[in-house]
Ligand binder design. Sequence first.
Ligand code: MLT
Ligand code: MN
Ligand code: ZN
Length: 306
Amino acid sequence: MKILVLGSGAGGGFPQWNCNCRLCAGQRAGRIRASPRTQSSIAVSADGERWLLLNASPDLGAQLRASPALWPRHGLRHSPIEAVVLMDSQIDHVTGLLSLREGSTLQLYCTPETHEDLSSSLPLLKALQNYCGVSWHAMPLAPHGDAWHEVAGLRMRALPVPGKAPPYSPRRQAAAAGYNAAVQIEDPASGRRLLYAPGMAQVGDAERGYLDACDCVLIDGTFWTEDEMVAAGLGRKLAADMGHLPQCDGPRGPGMLRALDGCAARRKVLIHINNSNPILDEDGPQRAELARRGIEVAFDGMELEV
Ligand code: MLT
Ligand code: MN
Ligand code: ZN
């Protein structure tokens, strides 16, 4: 199975257009060694011909232009992207759908909750009915179902993970689980599995099981510490308020590093990295700490073979 990282940043990307923090300003001025990052999205394929797009970032147009594997191949109009899978209805994960409007009917896989948000509060799907049209394939989350779907020569299923609905959603404050998905993808030929989870607020027993069942995990790398945005003077929200588990241990308990320490996956890769996260600085001590633990940091254009 081939995995292509189209974008590795969180909402806003890196450097963020209106941000003058140490990292954003340092990157612009060349004071630190750090690559710019577009907003997170990956493409996955069994054979390099037929691809699944996981999340559609606002940077999708530029990401596709930069990725020859996803250029048209057959006839006058064509795309190797057979379907789009959404983890949630976050703006940084869905607004790229609008950039696919010139194509044929969009084959869209997402939960009923995400479909509802994108049909009401942020009605992208309604708008797209007037362009390419949308064929929705519902992926209900457990306990309502965690069926495997077969698409583009791969098997995939959505798993419920702790997280937050977007600020615009009526479900934002809901305590109930089930609005935030991680996706497991399996190559039926090799049995190899990938877990994609750009938003995960906690790693409990169930989540640990999902991680251990995969050969490669691309997982929430948003924040290094719980109060990173507050400490840098960038905002008032904690990682928990935004539905992300920071890498370091904090007031809520063990962080992502500890969760990944015990994980059986061969490749452990952080993705959806916020512009405030010091792991963006390739020469920083945080980056050295990740290397010691065998944890990788996704970058735009990264290719993985699982
Ligand atoms: C998040 O995951 O919380 C986002 O990146 C926020 C955003 O869309 O700006
Ligand atoms: Mn996000
Ligand atoms: Zn910044």
